[in-house]
Design a protein around this ligand. Structure first.
Ligand SMILES: Nc1ncnc2c1ncn2[C@@H]1O[C@H](COP(=O)(O)OP(=O)(O)O)[C@@H](O)[C@H]1O
Ligand SMILES: O=c1ccn([C@@H]2O[C@H](COP(=O)(O)OP(=O)(O)O)[C@@H](O)[C@H]2O)c(=O)[nH]1
Ligand SMILES: [Mg+2]
Length: 247
C-alpha cells in the first residue's frame, strides 16, 4: 500500500506538471531501493526546438561492451515494454544520415574512442523526448564519467538502475568477431582499443553507481535465455506494481 502510494505520487504527479525541475529530485522508495525519478530536461537550446515535456521517466543504463547487451535489451523490451535506445545505433544512424557530426563519429568509433558527450546526450534526449514510452533502456551509455555527468546535469537526476553485463574478454572478443553486422569497429585492433577504453573510462561509471547500490551485475556467460533469467527478476520486481506498469 505504502509502496503503491509512493510510486503513484512520484510518477503520476509529475505528468504534465509545469513545476521547476527541483521537484523531480525527490527519491522514490521502491522495495529496499531508493530511486530518483528521472525528469525530462528543459534545455530548449539543446533540443533543436523540440518542446520539453515535464514527465518523469524510469531510466535504466545498460553497460558492458560486446557482452550481449543489445540481445538482452530486445528481450527486456518484449517482456517488460521498455523503449530501447542504443547509443551506438543512434551514433551509427548519424553517420549514414549525413549529419554534420557523421565523419567525426565514424573516425571515433573506428578508433574505439568515445564520441563527445554533447553529441550523444543530444541524440538520446531527442529520442526520450519524442517517445510516448516512459520506461527506457539506454544501451551502451554512459561510456565515461564525462558522459555520465553530462547526462545527469541535463536530466537533473540519476538513472533508476544500471545493468552491467559482465563478460570475460575472451568471450566478448569471440562474440564481436562473429557478429557479422558489417560494423567498422568489429575487428581485433579496434576491439583491443575498446577494451582499454572500457577499463579506463567506462569502469569508473560502473564503480560510481555501484557505490550508490544501483548496479545489477549480470553474468553474461551462458545462453541468451539463461542470462535473461538473471535479468528478469530485476524488472519483475516492478512489473507487479500497477503504477509502475502504467509508467
Ligand atoms: N548469450 C550469448 N551467447 C553467445 N552469443 C551471444 C549471446 N548473446 C548475444 N550473443 C551474440 O554476441 C554478439 C554481440 O551481441 P550484442 O547483443 O550485439 O552485444 P552488445 O550490444 O553488448 O555489443 C551478437 O552476434 C549476438 O548474437
Ligand atoms: O555512448 C556512446 C556509445 C557508443 N559510442 C561509440 O560507439 C561504439 C560502439 O558502441 P556500441 O554500444 O554500439 O557497441 P557494443 O558495446 O554494443 O558492441 C563505441 O565503441 C564508441 O566508439 C560512443 O562513443 N558513445
Ligand atoms: Mg550493442
Amino acid at each position: 500500500m505504502w509502496r503503491r502510494a509512493t510510486i503513484q505520487s512520484s510518477f503520476s504527479y509529475l505528468i504534465n506538471s509545469s513545476s521547476s525541475s527541483s521537484i523531480f529530485k525527490q527519491p522514490i522508495n521502491i522495495f529496499s531501493h531508493t530511486f530518483t525519478s528521472t525528469p525530462i530536461p528543459f534545455h530548449p537550446q539543446e533540443m533543436d526546438g523540440i518542446p520539453p515535456k515535464h514527465i518523469s521517466r524510469f531510466i535504466t543504463f545498460v553497460l558492458g561492451p560486446g557482452s550481449g547487451k543489445g540481445t538482452q535489451c530486445a528481450k527486456i523490451v518484449e517482456t517488460f515494454g521498455f523503449k530501447h535506445l542504443s547509443a551506438g545505433d543512434l551514433l551509427r544512424r548519424e553517420i549514414v544520415s549525413d549529419s554534420k557530426y557523421g565523419s567525426m563519429i565514424l573516425t571515433t568509433i573506428k578508433e574505439g574512442r568515445i564520441v563527445p558527450s554533447e553529441v550523444t546526450v543530444k541524440l538520446i534526449l531527442r529520442e526520450i523526448q519524442s517517445s510516448d514510452n516512459l520506461k527506457f533502456l539506454i544501451d551502451g551509455f554512459p561510456r565515461s564519467e564525462e558522459n555520465r555527468i553530462a547526462f545527469e546535469q541535463i536530466i537533473g537526476a540519476e538513472p533508476n538502475i544500471v545493468l552491467f553485463f559482465d563478460c570475460p574478454e575472451e568471450e566478448m572478443v569471440k562474440r564481436v568477431l562473429s557478429r557479422n553486422q558489417g560494423r567498422i569497429d568489429d575487428n581485433i585492433d579496434t576491439i583491443k582499443k575498446r577494451l582499454k577504453v572500457f577499463e579506463a573510462l567506462n569502469r569508473p561509471v560502473i564503480d560510481h553507481y555501484a557505490t550508490k547500490g544501483k548496479v545489477h551485475k549480470i553474468n553474461a556467460v551462458g545462453t541468451v535465455d539463461q542470462i535473461f533469467e538473471q535479468v528478469r527478476p530485476v524488472f519483475a520486481a516492478f512489473e507487479h506494481d500497477a503504477d509502475w506498469k502504467a509508467v
